[in-house]
Ligand binder design. Structure first.
Ligand code: ATP
Length: 842
């Protein structure tokens, strides 16, 4: 390691002070270099979005048909068609912009951060706000937020594979720079944007940000979220295409039949196209996007940030949750409970606990890794001030902690001797000690067992005297002199036990995967209900010894994996996936990234997680809490259920409309609706209630269902059966109204059919809120459906009752009895559907 103590000359080169930029300088730089170098993808303007609403082939045909009907003298209906199309486009634009906005805010929530030193203060800022001259801190697990020159390196190692393709970590040192090396753009001491800090820590001064970095030319960190379509969106797009073709075929048949029966060409065309517009559920794709957008912003309010929309669907099917222990199931608030050592070693043990420690106490607050802050507080309580001893015995060299080695070592000069203190997992330290007899080791292991059995985290301490000051190497972590144990308590989170119980009732298996000791992990797992009587706990080493067949057999019974390596995590995910399970896996470390990517839903910790883990995950928990995953599963199930319900609503209502028209065509009856009426049906009784249904609030009953199987189609046989019987019911009511009207004349018949279909579909919005009856769901729990019903009913009444609209919409003046029949017939399907629900779901 080059410890570059004289950084000021380098700093001068980059116009930075040793404590970094001031906020004012940074603001000035932002102006100079231009804000937001990590450029956002070009956003569409509102006008562009509005115009795109007219791109649909059917809309274009409709405009042509309207133009023809205007040319043939039917100006009124042409005007209404255009008005309806504009209204439709406005609605589509509002929906698009709303969805876009909430997805944008999601993106900014999961934007990468940079740790900078400004005004001598350690700050965490959005990586997009980084400017040249900023001094950044780099720690294991960080993604380098800009190009920079290394000022200070403590065994800093970077994975630059995103840039070079080479995955072997590269060591970065802070060499003293000559004028020449800067002029030549010497890259030896450079760090590059987008590379991963895999080990150590350091400081660097930023020389390039955003698009001007090496990586900026290739990748754009800001735009990795929420871009691709989800599997559900793709399936539904394909389904819509097929359905559209089928509907267009039916409409073509209706067109030919109308011509055959002597309807003018322009009117027949207009009618057929309007029927297609009304019957094709074009709202489907926007309903899915909006449901996902609303659902994900609700999840963000509940501490779960979705980075990939497909994760929402995955969450709905999750059948196994593999969770870290520390901080996720437990509070990550450690306190020292017990110190075990020989009396002679107590001073050295406590000294080691303070010196081999990265925690910092400033303004009375202890900051750092909770395992270490507990040690720092304990040292201050039982000995002298923690900060003083750190000052008086400074660190000369260090090997930072990493969860693969499970060790940390620091070197100090104490009374003229060079002492290396090591702390870490007991099993690792014991395997590296000298001088201990087998009996002594056994005794220590027994003590460790007893402490771990109480759910305590046990840290072992050791030392080694080195002949002279030197750079520490991993070899210095061998032949250690054992000092003793310190046991810490990290209580389970209060909500963990309930969350685990919820998990079980939802048919989801919860599994604990931890770097901690098997006995500690099992004790905590039993306390919160993850581990049951006959369940197994295995260590990473035991797992390595199992072949795939043995693992497959034991897998359902293993609830705790302890002392795991990142490779173990991937194997566990793979094994569950091979059984057809959908796996959510949590992770926080730099090495967790592959497992997070492999899992169906990779969940990173927002507080303790590294940038690398957050980047690899599809969801980030801002409170690091296991219970939040369960809430997200409920949200995932709810979003899926709402989408499915909206789809069922659209399909059944449209089926009713098309059945009525087809029936009338085949029976050689007059056309039951005018083109303008069909467009009204499409606009008011189609999209509005469907949107409202997609906003149905959380239904906790969904947590008693089993997880949805992977790849299950939205349109299961049961769904199609429901759509058919509900479509038939509404269609039958409409046809009945039509026949009633026919007793007067064709215009009255069409008016009655139109009124009944509209009102029946508005009522049907209530049926489509869920599988349970409206009374179970709560009459007033979804105000949007009530709003859509009231708005639709008012507009329908205006059209039916205000003479101004009568001719444009082809409306006959109705008698009170006829209006009464419309009301009764429209309500009948809903009464039948609700009765069926009440009888079926007791
Ligand atoms: P989880 O995977 O549930 O978050 P964890 O936090 O217990 O587990 P690690 O942080 O990988 O997992 O810790 C593994 C082991 O390393 C601990 O059981 C402990 O013995 C040791 N350890 C943890 N933190 C430190 C540290 N700062 N210094 C030295 N050893 C540590």
């Amino acid at each position: 390691m080059f410890y570059n103590k004289d950084v000021s000359s380098v700093m001068d080169k980059f116009h930075a002070t040793p404590t970094g930029l001031t906020e004012r300088q940074a603001a000035e730089n932002r102006r100079t270099f231009g804000e937001n170098r990590l450029q956002e993808k070009k956003k569409k303007s509102m006008l562009q979005v509005f115009l795109e609403q007219f791109k649909d082939l059917l809309v274009i045909i409709l405009i042509i048909a309207a133009a023809i009907s205007m040319a043939t003298g039917n100006t009124e209906s042409a005007a209404v068609i255009l008005a309806v199309l504009v209204l439709n486009a406005i609605l589509g634009t509002i929906q698009y912009i709303k969805a876009e906005k909430s997805l944008e805010s999601l993106k900014s929530l999961s934007a990468p951060i940079a740790k900078v030193i400004r005004d001598g203060e350690n700050l965490e800022i959005n990586a997009a706000e980084l400017v040249c001259g900023d001094v950044i801190r780099l720690e294991a697990g960080d993604i380098v937020p800009g190009d920079g020159r290394v000022l200070e390196s403590h065994s800093l190692k970077l994975n630059e594979s995103s840039l070079t393709g080479e995955s072997e970590p590269v060591e970065k040192n802070a060499g003293i720079l000559s004028e020449d090396s800067v002029a030549l753009g010497d890259q030896i001491n450079m760090v590059f944007s987008g590379s991963l800090v895999t080990y150590g820590r350091g400081l660097a001064v930023i020389t390039g940000v955003g698009q001007s970095t090496e990586m900026g030319k290739i990748a754009d960190l800001m735009n990795q979220t929420a871009e691709r379509k989800t599997p559900l969106q793709i399936t539904m797009d394909n389904f819509s295409k097929k359905l559209s073709i089928a509907i267009i075929a039916v409409c073509a048949l209706v067109f030919v039949l109308s011509l055959y029966r002597g309807m003018p060409f322009a009117d027949s065309l207009l009618f057929a196209v309007a029927l297609a517009v009304a019957a094709i559920p074009e709202a489907l794709s926007s309903i899915i996007t909006i449901s996902l957008a609303i659902g994900t912003s609700r999840m963000a309010d509940q501490n779960a940030i979705i980075k990939q929309l497909s994760a929402v669907e995955g969450l709905g099917c999750v059948s196994v949750i593999c969770s870290d222990k520390t901080g996720t199931l437990t509070q990550n608030k450690m306190t020292v409970e017990k110190v075990v050592c020989d009396d002679n070693d107590l001073d050295a043990l406590l000294q080691a606990s303070a010196l081999c420690n990265d925690a910092v106490i400033a303004d009375g607050e202890t900051k750092g890794d909770p395992t270490e802050t507990a040690l720092a507080d304990y040292y201050t309580a039982v000995r002298e001030d923690y900060t003083s001893i750190k000052k008086s015995l400074p660190r000369l060299s260090e090997l930072p902690f990493d969860s693969d080695r499970k060790l940390m070592t620091t070197l100090h000069c104490i009374d003229g001797s060079y002492i290396a203190y090591t702390k870490g997992a007991l099993d690792v330290i014991l395997s590296r000690t000298k001088d201990l007899t087998d009996d002594e080791k056994e005794k220590i292991r027994q003590t460790n067992f007893d402490l771990s059995n109480q759910g305590l985290r046990v840290l072992a301490f050791a030392r080694k005297t080195l002949p002279a000051e030197k750079e520490l190497t991993f070899d210095d972590e061998n032949d250690l002199e054992y000092l003793g144990l310190i046991a810490e308590m990290d209580p389970p989170r209060e909500e963990s036990a309930q969350a685990v119980a919820d998990c079980m009732s939802a048919g989801i298996k919860a599994v604990m995967i931890t770097g901690d000791h098997k006995i500690t992990a099992s004790a905590i797992a039993k306390r919160i209900g993850i581990m049951k009587e006959d369940d197994l706990a295995v260590t990473g080493t035991e797992l390595d010894a199992m072949d795939d067949t043995e693992l497959e057999k034991k897998l359902p019974h293993i609830s705790v994996y302890a002392r795991v390596s990142p490779d173990n995590k991937i194997r566990i995910v793979n094994a569950w996936q091979a059984r057809g399970s959908i796996v959510a896996m949590t992770g926080d470390g730099v090495n967790d990234a592959p497992a997070l990517k492999q899992a169906d839903v990779g969940v990173a910790m927002g507080i303790t997680g590294t940038e690398v883990a957050k980047d690899a995950a599809s969801m980030i928990l801002t409170d690091d809490n296991f219970a939040t995953i369960i809430k997200s599963v409920l949200n995932g199930r709810n979003i899926y259920a709402n989408i499915k319900n909206a789809i069922k609503f659209l399909l059944s209502g449209n089926a009713a409309g098309i059945l009525t028209v087809l029936y009338a065509s085949l029976m050689a009856l007059p056309a039951p609706f005018t083109a303008v009426q069909l467009l009204f049906i499409n606009l008011i009784t189609d999209s509005l209630p469907a949107l409202a249904i997609s906003m149905e609030p959380l239904n906790t009953a969904l947590m008693h269902d089993k997880p949805r199987p992977r790849g299950e189609s939205v349109l299961t046989k049961a769904t199609l059966r429901q759509v058919t019987y509900q479509g038939l019911l509404i269609g039958a009511a409409t046809i009945a109204a039509f026949y009633m009207g026919l007793q007067t004349d064709a215009l009255t018949a069409s008016t009655m059919a139109f009124g009944t279909l509209c009102l029946a579909r508005l009522w049907h919005g209530f049926n489509s809120r869920g599988d349970q009856s409206i009374f179970r769901l709560g009459l007033l729990t979804n105000i949007y459906v009530i709003g859509a019903f009231v708005l639709g009913a008012v507009l329908l009444s205006v059209i039916l009752l205000v003479p101004l609209f009568a001719s444009a919409f082809g409306i006959a003046a109705l008698t009170r009895t006829q209006i009464g029949w419309i009301c009764i017939l429209a309500l009948l399907p809903t009464i039948v559907i609700q009765l069926v629900k009440i009888i079926r779901i007791k």
